[in-house]
Design a protein around this ligand. Structure first.
Ligand SMILES: [Zn+2]
Length: 126
């Protein structure tokens, strides 16, 4: 597996015990951060399925702080919409768009209330 060092940007061969050949960044530590981000994301998805919007939002935000992924921003957006915090939802929507425009409908004509409800239903089923 090849990995771009998050500190200096050099591309390295990586495994759990590898360190960046340029700056010494420990990729084992990076694995732990990525695992924690995945854990918080899974907890957020579970909370969303249980309709615990605050817990879903908290988990998605914790995951986002560790790793910026569209899936974390999408969950945070859906939780914020469900709570009714439109300002927060709008800021998460911008994060979704900045990461991956293909996976999320961000054009105003697509993002109708019905569209949002369908996104939430789809998320609850997964
Ligand atoms: Zn490096």
């Amino acid at each position: 597996m090849r990995i771009h060092c998050p500190v200096c940007g050099r591309e390295n061969d990586a495994g759990p015990d590898f360190a960046c050949r340029r700056c010494g960044c420990n990729f084992g530590d990076l694995d732990a951060v990525l695992a924690s981000a995945a854990h918080h994301l899974a907890a957020a998805a579970a909370a969303l399925r249980e309709r615990d919007w605050q817990a879903a939002l908290g988990g998605a935000e914790r995951s986002w702080r560790l790793r910026h992924r569209a899936s974390a921003a999408r969950l945070a957006f859906l939780a914020a919409v469900s709570i009714g915090d439109t300002r927060l939802a709008a800021s998460w929507l911008k994060c979704c768009a900045s990461i991956d425009e293909e996976s999320f409908p961000t054009r105003p004509n697509i993002l109708t209330l019905r569209g949002i409800r369908n996104l939430i239903k789809k998320e609850l089923r997964s």
